[in-house]
Design a protein around this ligand. Sequence first.
Ligand code: BES
Ligand code: MN
Ligand code: ZN
Length: 502
Amino acid sequence: MTALTLTDADLADLAADAVVIGVLNGAAGPSLAPGSEAVDAALGGGLLAALGALGATGAEDEVVKLATLGALKTPVVAAAGLGQHTGAVTDEAVRRAAGAASRALGGRATVVSTLALVNGEPTADLLQAVGEGSLLGAYEFSVYKSKAAPAHRRPPSAVRLAVPSAKDRGAKTAAKRASAVVDAVTLCRDLINTAPNDLYPASFAARADRAGAAAGLTVEVLDEKALKKGGYGGILGVGMGSSRPPRLVRMSYKGRGAKTRLALVGKGITFDTGGISIKPAASMENMKSDMSGAAAIVSTMTLIAALKLPIEVVATVPMAENMPGGAAYRPADVLKFRNGTMAEILNTDAEGRVVLADAIARACEDSPAYLVETSTLTGAQVVALGLRTAGVMGSDDLRERVLAAGRRSGEGMWGMPLPPEVRTGLDSTVADFANVGDRSGGMLAGGHFLSEFVTDGIQWAHIDIAGPAYNTGSPWGYTHKGGTGVPVRTLLELIEDIAENG
Ligand code: BES
Ligand code: MN
Ligand code: ZN
């Protein structure tokens, strides 16, 4: 992982491989962001003109590089676009610019970033954002590359943030926090990007066990025998088509001074073929990401332990592979869940809610004050909100707190209703309910199904991350192709809010 440190040295004296500055996009053309003064002075005040000549506009995701030709000890300046801002540049705009800069600086081992200075004296939040963006942009997943990447493509291995005072306690804390957050997001991305022949329920559970133990968490793994004994008919049903049996992972953490108990649940379908209601072949490979919710929950657990948050959290993570096969569950099957209710399966591709039903029921047995669940649950989420905005449903108060946490983290989220007429669409003639209704309001129907398993009195939220969890398009900002790590940073913001305010 890329190392993150602070520096208050004079930029003219620093010998790094590249220095990152910000460029604002204004109505009258590009302008240099604060923090670039020393670089501009070393270049004789010609930096903006040089960038203009190279076509820089200051637009988001734009990185223009120029050689310093001996004017600075650092041979390259990377000018990262911050976009248009009327007032202060937002933390998220800076996080993205920092990420784009890191992605553009392959082959530059040591990078100094001045982006924390774009609004003048940096706040702790902005410092953290620059740290996160710089490191997340330098993310690399190379376990399946048999040859090392060529030198010019290797991401930066060290990022130094230029700050007014490197000894400042607040600045040091912000940098440490950024590193901890990036560790968790990196774990999440790595789990998602791992091939499904390597990451299946038992191996995923083993990885969660290892990561949890290293973080000081208590971890329990229920195998298929334990699941049968525990009445987890949903997890077992979905897992039947696979030669690799399902698991349920439970991870617990109790911080010093904890006042509130929180339950976390994440969907861990290690591969979703759709089962007997099989998916089309096109893009099916993306369904290795159907465990992104589980990956985010496992990673968030390690993060709250690393940050020693004063809260009690128990994660319940169902893991199964949804395959067609001789033993697979089928449309018309009726499955009995942990809480005794039964559902008629009308589509084996709506498997996420089926494993989550058991997990949510189990999580509620611990009587948490809050339950937050996240899953790549519906294609309808992508239709409604696109690829970068998660849909948030659940109890009014908690849903709004999740949305506020999303605004703080910079991860896109939007609130969605659970209208009663969508719930009646799940009525079944043979069982308590069906696992699918008609196509209308598909994202909301998923939310309704899950709500059936939340015990009254527990505030809950469901975050559908079908689009934002996995980037099938081009890289942008600090987001690479593949697993993104959404919604780990929002969960952290939310959990800190709950730890503090109950
Ligand atoms: N894992 C999928 C949802 C999904 C789709 C995630 C696209 C990421 C990208 C889920 O299990 C699924 O197949 N849902 C069905 C539900 C339907 C059968 C009610 C869907 O969205 O088509
Ligand atoms: Mn499915
Ligand atoms: Zn799925």
